[in-house]
Design a binder for this molecule. Structure first.
Ligand SMILES: Nc1nc2c(ncn2[C@@H]2O[C@H](COP(=O)(O)OP(=O)(O)O)[C@@H](O)[C@H]2O)c(=O)[nH]1
Ligand SMILES: [Mg+2]
Length: 413
């Protein structure tokens, strides 16, 4: 027996190749689609692989006469065999049970059953192909505008969905690109991609607020537990003091978690920045008074889960008492879309003025961050990109972010 694999755009083509090379007696042993996750990307360019086989000894069996009609007959026969029994007759009309066993069906020849197996395999492959076509049609119907889109735009649209960008935003980005690009350029993947990245960048407000010149600025960081609030405050405080030459004060309200105060205090001592600890909301104005002459005061808060309603209300009292100029909600880039939504909903009572995207270095996909920036319309102030204080932080930048969102890879900002 000779066995060989054939690849083509459809099972039919691959089968024809096989028949040409191995002869009309050849049968399909196995077939599969070779696309996997790439099916979305390579619209209409699926590849099928079949494994064909042929006996070295030529058989006079009907394998060679195999045709599509035979497949249909085999299929029909299989369906009849599987059909429900005839409706039962009333008991009185039931025929007498037969005394003798019914004659056994004639034994089929091995070669014909081989042909039937091959037919069924072919049938399965045909059905798989039909399923693919149906899926593509459903997709095209769901995205009606799709039919008119040039190939490069279709591919880019599907690539956006693969980055977990919500459908409505992916549609909006694709439409913007289509409107802005002249028709001849819409066929160029490079031109389309460049404009997609620019459109993503243009859709999100980026950048930290300019430094307050006259009055002291009070900045509070809030967010879930472990997202990097304290580390980020240390980075920001160090940058303000060392790079920008401002006088900085620190307040920690995180008296809940063991070691939290020490974490910030250790940094404050090393960086020579004054720090105060506050236990109740009522003590915040007093603490702020002590930093009256400072340029900027950072307030670190206790991490709260988005479901802890009572604790979130307590935290809100702290934030209100601080009369903060800026409230930055820290969101870890590793968080999925549903959780990001729940967090931003719960923390909306703190009226965040900015979002900080932390742990960008550890994220595998950035679409959800784009969605949340779109959904909340809150400007993104900083990206944090590692554990090192103060190096691993950068002022958010639209183009860097857009490239990460589109490509799904972290690029050091
Ligand atoms: N990889 C990575 N780790 C970070 C980043 N920011 C903070 N971390 C780490 O996350 C952990 C929790 O940080 P912490 O500041 O205590 O979080 P908090 O509970 O929100 O105050 C620590 O191990 C930090 O070193 C970041 O940008 N990237
Ligand atoms: Mg902390």
């Amino acid at each position: 027996m000779r066995i060989k694999k054939f690849t083509a755009g459809s099972v039919k083509e691959a089968t024809e190749q096989m028949k040409q090379e191995l002869g009309p007696e050849a049968i399909v042993l196995h077939s599969r689609r070779l696309t996997g996750a790439a099916v979305l990307k390579s619209f209409g360019r699926d590849q099928f692989e079949i494994t064909g086989a042929v006996d070295d000894v030529t058989e006079p069996a009907p394998v060679s006469t195999y045709s599509r009609r035979d497949v249909r007959r085999t299929f029909e026969a299989a369906m009849t065999a599987a059909a429900p029994p005839m409706p039962a007759l009333p008991a009185a009309e039931l025929p007498e049970p037969e005394q003798e066993a019914a004659p056994a069906p004639p034994r089929r020849r091995a070669s014909s059953s081989l042909a039937e197996v091959s037919d069924m395999v072919q049938l399965k492959a045909d059905m798989e192909e039909m399923k693919q076509t149906m899926q593509q049609l459903t997709h095209q119907l769901r995205h009606k505008h799709f039919g008119d889109l040039p190939e490069a735009l279709k591919e880019v649209y599907l690539a956006l969905l693969q980055q977990d960008i919500e459908e409505k935003y992916a549609v909006s980005i694709t439409n913007t690109v289509m409107k802005k690009l002249p028709p001849q350029q819409q066929r160029s993947r490079t031109a389309v991609e460049q404009l997609v990245v620019q459109t993503i960048a243009g859709g999100v407000t980026m950048g930290a607020a300019p430094a307050a010149n006259r009055k002291r600025k009070v900045v509070v960081l809030v967010g879930p537990t472990g997202v990097g609030k304290t580390t980020t405050i240390a980075k920001l405080a160090a940058v303000e003091k060392l790079a920008n030459g401002r006088s900085v004060g620190l307040i920690s309200c995180d008296t809940y978690r063991i070691g939290a105060i020490e974490q910030l205090k250790t940094f404050a001592v090393i960086a020579d920045i004054p720090m105060q600890v506050v236990y109740r909301a009522a003590d915040i104005p007093g603490a702020l008074k002590k930093f009256q002459k400072h340029d900027i005061v950072f307030i670190d808060t206790v991490g709260r889960g988005q479901k802890a309603k009572k604790e979130l209300q307590e935290l809100r009292k702290m934030v209100d008492a601080a009369k903060a100029d800026e409230v930055h909600l820290v969101l870890s880039a590793q968080t999925n879309m549903a959780t990001l939504s729940a967090i931003t909903d719960s923390f909306s009572i703190m009226s965040p003025t900015h979002l900080i995207f932390s742990k960008m270095d550890e994220a595998a996909i950035f679409g959800p961050l784009y969605n949340i920036a779109q959904k909340t319309r809150i400007p993104v102030s900083f990206f944090t990109t590692g554990q090192a204080v103060p190096d691993d932080i950068s002022v958010s930048d639209g183009m860097t972010f857009a490239r990460m969102v589109y490509q799904g890879t972290y690029a050091h900002a």
